[in-house]
Design a protein around this ligand. Structure first.
Ligand SMILES: O=C(O)CCC(=O)C(=O)O
Length: 287
């Protein structure tokens, strides 16, 4: 008996590689999370930048809570069983009237994980729709193996290397993921997906939470993850602690080390060594 998803939603995920919308909190609760993000941004003088957009659940209590949100984790359990890590998180913030975009890609390309049992819960903190650069996907592409990608390092591309699939994408088949605040989509790590710029007058904010069953291993270096449910009998990842206050200095230091190590995995094979490398640095870069 599934915990949150219906059997039809589970079947859709396996058939299409994506299921949406799934409501995980009220619009008011999502607005409160947006308000916390924006209060921090006001205090620090601008949009969340660089490494702070990655694994932000180690820096902010409200994101530490979000990755453990019972509805979200119930849905992930419905897909991948009871022993679950949050492997990483990434803010995907598209500023109003901004050229930032996400090229067609498969998430699996540079993540270094040994099997494609990886699902992203993309949680909308604002509406995400045709008018503001919502994500789109090509149904069924998650059943393909790893597709070759080319790195573009394009200035406005939100992905680490500006990577894009090196084969033609039949955009006529694309489906747009429209979400209200507080809803999520769930997409598979091999799904071809991307998103256009946001030409609207408000920001489009999504928080992408990447979950794996504890059986998945990292094969490209040392790595850590946050156990959000069940037990870890595999010990493939160091376990991450949960922050009890925002921007705790000890957590900032831990986050710095983890971000550096993750950058080495994500940028392996290039001359980029960290998220702060000028070639990699982009205010809008996310994952
Ligand atoms: O937020 C977007 O538009 C794209 C997000 C994405 O590529 C992802 O979550 O894997």
């Amino acid at each position: 008996m599934p915990k949150l998803l219906t059997q039809a939603q589970i079947d859709t995920f396996h058939r299409d590689g994506c299921v949406f919308p799934v409501r995980v909190m009220s619009e008011a609760d999502a607005a409160a999370l947006r308000a916390r993000l924006e209060a921090f941004e006001r205090e620090t003088g601008g949009p969340l930048k660089g490494a702070l957009r990655h694994k932000s659940h180690l820096l902010f209590t409200w994101l530490g809570d979000l990755v453990r949100n019972r509805n979200i984790v119930d849905a992930i359990e419905d897909l991948y069983g009871p022993n679950l890590f949050c492997w990483t998180t990434n803010f995907f913030i598209k500023e109003a009237n901004n050229p930032a975009f996400v090229s067609w890609h498969q998430d699996s390309t540079y993540w270094g994980l040994d099997k494609p049992d990886v699902v992203t819960a993309w949680v909308a903190l604002t509406p995400s729709n045709e008018a503001n650069g919502a994500m789109g996907f090509i149904p069924g592409t998650h059943t393909s193996d790893q597709i070759p990608h080319r790195d573009t390092f394009a200035k406005n591309n939100l992905l680490t290397r500006g990577q894009e699939v090196a084969v033609d994408v039949d955009e006529t088949k694309a489906v747009t993921i429209e979400l209200r605040p507080g809803e999520m989509s769930l997409h598979h790590v091999r799904l071809v997906h991307g998103s256009p710029p946001n030409p609207s007058d408000d920001r489009r904010i999504g928080f992408a939470i990447r979950y794996i069953p504890t059986s998945v291993a990292q094969v490209a270096g040392e790595d850590s993850a946050t156990l959000v449910r069940g037990v870890d009998t595999f010990h493939h990842f160091e376990h991450e602690p949960q922050p009890t206050r925002d921007m705790d200095p000890a957590f900032l230091e831990l986050h710095r080390k983890i971000a550096e190590r993750n950058a080495q995995i994500l940028y392996r094979g290039t001359d980029v060594k960290s998220y702060d490398d000028p070639k990699a640095l982009h205010d809008n870069r996310a994952a």
